[in-house]
Write a protein that binds this ligand. Sequence first.
Ligand code: DQA
Length: 149
Amino acid sequence: MKKILILNGPNLNLLGLREPEQYGSRTLADVEALCASTAARLGYEAVCFQSNVEGLLIDKLHEFGALHRAGQALGCVFNPGAYTHTSVALFDAIKGTGLPVVECHISNVHSREAFRHHSYVSPAATGIVVGFGVDGYELAIEGLVRKHA
Ligand code: DQA
């Protein structure tokens, strides 16, 4: 069964506690369970990874880039958290690996502070899902499968 990487960046381990008015009450474990069931329904295996460390996110993109080239991974749903707005290195990692990445944000970043309006990741992403709460992860998986299966 091909894998889909569900990659979450900094502070997303705090889901459920963190600013519930922005991010809702569901935890990262809830999100990962939603992704696992969505992927399974579509015939894929979700592999979930969260880190607060930029380099570990890059290493995981490299690992799945290799799996993608070997035909063992379809792509990635990635919520890069605040690194969205700061990280040229994540842009380079996505471009460099060729891994299809759907960028996913729980909140509508465009209705929030101006510093959240720019994404370094978006130009490298195959698609973007923004502002649907944690249900966006399900939409992102479906979009990845429709576009790349
Ligand atoms: C976020 C939006 C980012 O601006 C923020 O830094 C996050 C979460 C979202 O899912 O809405 O950590 O990526």
